[in-house]
Design a protein around this ligand. Structure first.
Ligand SMILES: *Cc1c(COP(=O)(O)O)cnc(C)c1O
Length: 423
């Protein structure tokens, strides 16, 4: 059935299809999106939405950016895939770009996968290789990660993810991972010479855009170095200029042993990478890891074009400036539902004074704004890095209306005990 033939039963029919055909790992989908441009999305009924989620910090250049479109089309028409038995120019170009932007230096190396989880799987294996003594014995069996951090949903990365409700249904976990509170004291207490690696997110995105304490990365670098453990920083959500620097760790002025990237580097094309620094770059040897699709010329050409456009258009600085502007606008709303903002650049968690984030998301969608509830009391904003005054003004207007809608429902709820906050 074409869009023209469809009647008002359209909505029911795609929801039926989704309910019947898709694995039930997600809740009911709110909309059927058919097109995007810049920070706009359109659903199947022609309704426009302002996108301030960016597919969870993925569409760095917005939707259907000419640079992205051109890179996909041109590389698809040139060479899309040959396998890792061979090298291709886009793969080598992107590896060099990532090494330069991350400051990985001459010794740095890049492993390509197709997602964040695959990048972190590679990092997990890197940690195990580091943990093996030269005679193959497991001299460093301990891997440290932080409570509430998120590193992915595959079995290896789930073992690194400090959320028991995610792990429990899939137990037993890959062994060896211990979870710590995100304090320097907890790290000091846990660190010894049997630790292979410490995994950290500079800002815990999935936990609600929660930054590490001031000075944590510096202390983590010092402690891991002192005990010979790797410091592995998960920049999957925070990388690619999202937080107003190329990578969030760079603001701490440290050099990690490895970082992982994905989400924003492809601007919507699925790609992930592990970037190693220094001696950690020599841990993988021929045959120790691999991926059929990883580093294919199509994905790497697109990511290299996206990163080049971020650089050309000054979007690192834009993310920083617009982040400040957005925070000021949210504060200026003076809503009693807003406690304040966390995060950096254009990765923002709006902390609410009540656990009504799902209701705010639903109200925002009714008003034509896409945001996400990172947890019950945090709204996550991760718009395109290209946003300007027009998008920020529209966001402010729509977000203010969404907050007012929920506020009204709460007041009504307080007056008439039987009424409900919109779900
Ligand atoms: C999204 C995310 C991942 C997982 O990436 P996928 O592409 O979903 O596998 C891992 N770590 C962090 C910090 C993330 O935000």
């Amino acid at each position: 059935m074409s869009a023209v033939e469809q009647d008002s039963g359209t909505q029911a029919s795609w929801k039926d299809d989704a309910g019947r055909d898709l694995v039930r790992n997600a809740g009911e989908r709110f909309a059927l999106f058919v097109r995007g441009e810049g920070s706009s999305l359109w659903d199947d009924e022609g309704r426009r939405y302002l996108d301030f989620l960016g597919g969870i910090a993925v569409t760095s250049l917005g939707h259907a950016h000419p640079v992205f479109v051109q890179a996909v089309a041109q590389q698809a028409a040139t060479l899309a895939h040959v396998s890792n038995f061979f090298a291709t120019p886009p793969q080598l170009a992107l590896a060099a770009t990532l090494k330069r932007l991350a400051g990985a230096g001459e010794a740095g190396r890049v492993y390509f996968g197709n997602s964040g989880a695959e990048a972190n799987e590679a990092a997990f294996k890197l940690a195990r290789l580091h943990g093996r003594g030269s005679d193959g014995t497991d001299t460093r069996p301990r891997i440290l990660a932080l409570t509430n951090a998120f590193h992915g949903r595959t079995m290896g990365t789930l073992a690194l993810t400090g959320k028991s409700y995610m792990q429990e249904p899939f137990a037993p976990m890959v062994p060896g991972v211990e979870f710590l509170d995100s304090t320097v004291e907890a790290l000091e207490a846990a660190m010894d010479d049997r630790v292979a690696a410490l995994f950290v997110e500079p800002i815990k995105g999935e936990a609600g855009v929660v930054p590490l304490p001031e000075g944590y990365l510096e202390a983590a670098r010092e402690l891991t170095a002192r005990h010979g453990a790797l410091l592995i920083i998960d920049e999957i959500q925070t990388g690619a200029a999202r937080t107003g620097s190329w990578f969030a760790f760079q603001r701490a002025g440290i050099v990690p042993d490895a970082i992982t990237v994905a989400k924003g580097i492809g601007g919507g094309f699925p790609i992930g990478a592990l970037i190693t620094f220094g001696a950690a770059s020599d841990l993988f040897t021929p045959g120790s890891h691999g991926s059929t699709f990883g580093g294919n010329p199509l994905g790497t050409a697109v990511a290299d074009a996206v990163l080049a456009e971020i650089e050309r258009a000054g979007l690192v600085e834009n993310a920083r400036q617009r982040g400040i502007q957005l925070r000021e606008q949210v504060a200026a709303l003076g809503s009693t539902l807003v406690e304040g903002c966390r995060g950096e650049g254009l990765l923002i968690g709006v902390a609410l004074t009540a656990p009504v984030a799902p209701a705010v998301v639903a109200a925002a969608q009714q008003h034509g704004l896409i945001v996400n509830a990172a947890n019950d009391s945090t709204i996550r904003l991760a718009p395109a890095l290209t946003i300007g005054d027009v998008e920020i003004d529209e966001f402010t207007r729509l977000f203010s209306r969404a907050l007012a809608t929920v506020q009204d429902a709460l007041l009504l709820d307080a007056q008439t005990p039987t009424s409900e906050v919109p779900a």
